[in-house]
Design a protein around this ligand. Structure first.
Ligand SMILES: [Zn+2]
Length: 290
């Protein structure tokens, strides 16, 4: 197997909560105090811009001390845009407070999806009621004080996931589409494995210099890592297909066959990932789902 397809995670990340850390001439990060199994050390909120004005990317959870930390970090500068990659609860809720404080518009690819019927526990992750002031589209350019951000549609983790590319620094704010410390959760029906894998291919073709994920450390020279993420999903999908061809039916049965030793607490999440692969295999005509 090629060297570039080895998937190695980086869990070396010791940023402090609530303080603005400068990462580059135009980029600073404030880490929200919401660590957890899906958020790692917390939501990394990015401030993009110079001395006069800034945009915020993914303002994070609606926690009073976090919002005070963001206001301190912005200071006397004009907050011109509040950009949201997607409407998960650890990403968008603070947009309301920041908008009320600054008057800046909230921009995103999509509103939160409608609440699903019972049984769709994964959908609890959404900030229900989130509606942006402006819906942005792939390729749209957002210009501010000394920065130029281009919208890069990256559906998959959620249906309405938008990344933002900073032209001046060859950087991409990739939300939860790519994380350096872990793989991303792809939870159907809002999440889509086919869309996610196509979005990975899109980023491989872009050639950004650095990725800034919402959770964990920046990813420098990301091409090899992106290729490894894609290879990892293709390998999993081949395993799911082999299990299906071997007679296993349903995500739970296939997950039990592929991961016999998995901890009970992770069993449901493993089933969700298998379902995402089954859906993608069905879209390709490789398996038949009832
Ligand atoms: Zn998310």
């Amino acid at each position: 197997m090629a060297e570039s397809s080895r998937l190695v995670f980086n869990r070396d990340f010791d940023a402090a909560h609530g303080v603005a850390e400068r990462l580059s001439p135009l980029v600073a990060r404030v880490l929200a105090p919401n660590p957890g199994p899906f958020t790692f050390r917390g939501t990394g909120v990015y401030l993009v811009g110079g001395k006069a004005g800034v945009a915020v990317i993914d303002p994070g959870p609606d926690l009073p001390r976090h919002i005070e930390a963001l206001k301190r970090a912005i200071g006397a500068r004009k907050l011109s845009h509040i950009l949201v990659t997607h409407s998960h609860r650890d990403h968008s809720p603070a947009a309301r407070a920041l908008k009320a404080w600054s008057g800046a518009p909230v921009m995103a690819m999509a509103a939160a999806p409608p609440v699903l019927e019972e049984g769709a526990a994964v959908d609890e992750a959404h900030d229900h009621g989130f509606v942006p002031d402006e819906m942005v589209t792939d390729g749209q350019v957002i210009a501010g004080e000394g920065f130029t951000l281009t919208c890069v549609a990256t559906p998959g983790h959620t249906g309405g996931h938008m990344a933002y590319a900073l032209a001046e620094e060859g950087a991409l704010f990739c939300g939860d589409h790519v994380m350096g410390w872990s793989t991303s959760v792809i939870a159907p029906p809002d999440g889509s494995m086919g869309a996610y894998m196509a979005s990975l291919e899109k980023l491989i073709a872009r050639g950004d210099r650095v990725l800034y994920p919402t959770h964990g450390a920046p990813i420098a020279e990301p091409r090899g890592y992106l290729e490894a993420l894609l290879a990892h999903r293709r390998m999993r999908e081949a395993e799911v297909l082999a299990a299906w061809r071997g007679g296993a039916r349903g995500a739970a049965a296939i997950a039990a066959r592929l991961y016999p030793d998995i901890a009970p607490a992770l069993r449901a999440a493993a089933g969700v990932q298998v379902q995402a692969h089954l859906d993608h295999l069905a879209q390709q005509g490789l398996v038949a789902l009832r």
